[in-house]
Design a protein around this ligand. Structure first.
Ligand code: NAG
Ligand code: NAG
Ligand code: NAG
Ligand code: NAG
Ligand code: NAG
Ligand code: NAG
Ligand code: NAG
Ligand code: NAG
Ligand code: NAG
Ligand code: NAG
Length: 483
């Protein structure tokens, strides 16, 4: 039965936004609870940034370093299409866990000597002397009696939780290098960054700037100073952090308050007991360890992506997390993301509200190019899983996963030579190809050739229409969030 509050909420949304239709995702092992709980194996690679050459690159999920565009797999469209603009949005690369995801007592330490984040101020080029590079070195001092209050897990580690690790900086650099090898010639981008044709945007979480540093070194090898765009942390659309109470209450209704969601948590109580035995997390924990698998997933996968062993209990070193248990956590984590952003019927509405502001900015960028109002050829956003996931939800991707480290969506805008295009004056000659894992994105939307859902050279107006019907204008989105 649908709770009364949900009926009310849906009525409100229906009035405020025009026409959100949820097209369900494909049924796969990822969103099959029987397989998630009773199947075996990890749903991809969780222990290395390198996908072995024996596996297909684009279709192999690698949590540590997701597939992105590379020269090897890139498909060049036919000659009648000219690439005019790309907008890239990616998740940051691999990192230490967040402090909220560290066990209270940790038997595995993290050494960040010499790889801390660089944080310093500087004046404009040529005005002040170049400052000395200042790097943060996280440390604890037992004379500070509050040190243990956040958990003795930090003792013995000298990293910020989170920070991008050396491996993650390396992956960022490789990612920039691959983007450069595909797009530099196609877009006419030189080795020096020109702000009139290229822009980069980060979030208020410094790990996105840590990634930008590695990425830009390879993208623009001859540029040393870059201004990254950043919105206020009260309304940033990229992370996103803008206030949308109706999105939040909708999300709570179909997760916390829904038996469809809580089912997998009760079914996994046995697994929880084993994990808690190692971590010491109490069953009545209120820090989120038992409301989803997010924390265990992050804690275990961060270790494995950095070739660290799975943890053991600090009280009894014979009780350790097994690989089978970790694999089940990884299956559950992907199941949860599929539920949050695709399987739940309200998830499309949620994504449209929660990520609509960024989509409106993207749409305006595309329109500016179509209307010849912008010289920007390439806009690059460095963001989070919490950014990519609702974007994939909004795009109604056919197979939803938890977007891993470095996962990437690219909007490629092409102009078709006019001799080959239709005479229909209601459409431009501009076409959109959307890439996920470096390949045209497969969605459940009735778009693309024969409504196949593959976003490969769809008239850009089809995308504009979809945005218009699901999100509407900025003021419509604002009122859908708040009324
Ligand atoms: C998993 O297998 C067990 C034992 O065979 C069974 O009782 C349970 O119903 C299965 N779980 C699901 C979700 O199918
Ligand atoms: C779900 O997975 C189980 C176990 O592998 C399988 O028997 C079942 O057919 C699957 N269900 C669907 C709808 O694919
Ligand atoms: C990573 O895990 C796979 C199995 O999931 C295993 O075959 C492989 O040897 C592991 N690689 C490393 C570097 O530990
Ligand atoms: C992971 O959990 C363990 C609990 O065994 C805890 O000690 C550790 O701090 C956590 N580590 C990270 C990096 O999350
Ligand atoms: C950096 O990336 C390259 C290419 O994937 C890899 O061969 C190398 O081992 C990586 N180095 C580190 C420190 O991660
Ligand atoms: C649970 O899922 C079923 C089938 O997907 C759906 O019909 C039902 O409305 C959902 N219930 C809630 C409370 O979301
Ligand atoms: C957890 O630890 C307790 C005490 O060490 C033990 O009795 C119990 O069997 C363990 N449970 C699991 C699921 O391993
Ligand atoms: C280890 O033992 C201490 C003292 O009994 C207890 O407080 C803590 O929860 C235990 N930790 C784990 C991971 O079981
Ligand atoms: C798609 O539609 C075209 C006609 O518009 C047809 O020629 C083609 O066979 C169709 N392709 C598929 C895969 O159905
Ligand atoms: C958006 O849709 C509304 C109503 O469906 C329509 O009146 C309006 O022209 C559309 N706006 C754009 C920019 O397409």
């Amino acid at each position: 039965m649908i709770p009364f509050t949900l009926v009310l909420a849906l009525t409100t949304f229906t009035q405020a936004t025009v026409n959100v239709i949820h097209y369900p995702p494909k049924s796969t092992n990822l969103n099959n609870l029987t397989f998630v709980l009773n199947g075996t194996g990890a749903p991809g690679i969780f222990n290395s940034s390198i996908t072995p050459a024996s596996l297909p690159y684009s279709t192999t999920y690698n949590w540590c370093n997701m597939p992105h565009v590379r020269t090897t797999e890139y498909v060049t469209p036919s000659e009648e299409y000219t690439l005019k603009y790309i907008e890239v949005i990616q998740r940051h690369h691999k990192r230490t866990p967040y402090n909220t995801n560290t066990f209270f007592i940790e038997d595995i330490t993290w050494d960040c000597t010499g790889e801390g984040p660089v944080v310093y101020g500087k004046g404009p080029v040529g005005i002040t002397s170049d400052p000395t590079v200042v790097q943060w070195a996280a440390y604890t001092n037992p004379n500070n009696p509050w040190t243990d209050s956040v958990g003795p897990g930090f003792v013995g580690s000298n990293c910020a939780f989170p920070q991008i690790t050396t491996g993650g900086i390396n992956d960022s650099y490789n990612h920039g290098s691959d983007l450069r090898s595909v797009y530099a010639s196609r877009l006419g981008i030189s080795t020096t960054l020109s702000p009139s044709t290229f822009q980069i945007r980060v979030t208020n979480n410094v790990i996105t700037s840590q990634v930008a540093g590695g990425l830009l070194r390879a993208l623009f090898p001859d540029t040393n100073d870059v201004a990254a765009l950043i919105q206020s942390d009260t309304y940033d659309s990229l992370e996103p952090v803008y206030n949308c109470p109706n999105a939040n209450s909708l999300f709570t209704e179909y997760t916390t308050d829904s038996a469809n969601w809580t089912l997998h948590l009760t079914d996994a109580l046995g697994l929880y007991e084993q994990l808690d035995n190692v971590s010491g997390i109490p069953l009545d924990d209120t820090a989120g360890w038992h409301t989803s698998f997010d924390h265990y997933y992050d804690n275990l996968s961060a270790k494995q992506c950095h070739s660290k062993p799975l943890p053991c209990s600090v009280n009894d070193t014979t009780i350790c997390v097994t690989q089978d248990e970790a694999d089940e956590v990884y299956r559950l984590g992907n199941y949860e993301y599929s539920f949050y952003y695709r399987d739940a019927e309200e998830s499309t509405q949620y994504s449209a509200l929660h990520y609509g502001a960024w989509v409106l900015e993207l749409t305006a960028h595309l329109m500016d190019v179509v209307q010849g109002k912008s010289e920007v050829k390439y806009f690059h956003n460095v963001a989070h899983d919490g950014s990519i996931a609702p974007l994939l939800g909004f795009m109604q991707i056919s197979e939803m996963v938890w977007p891993g480290m470095g996962s990437e969506v690219i909007y490629e805008l092409y102009e078709k030579s006019s001799s080959a295009s239709s005479s229909d004056s209601s459409t431009s000659n501009f076409f959109l190809r959307v890439l996920w894992n470096g390949q045209p994105m497969e969605t459940s939307l009735p778009l693309g050739t024969n409504s196949s859902g593959v976003l490969d050279m769809i008239p850009v107006e089809d995308f504009f229409d979809y945005v218009n019907t699901t999100i509407g204008t900025g003021s419509e989105l604002f009122s859908a969030c708040n009324n």
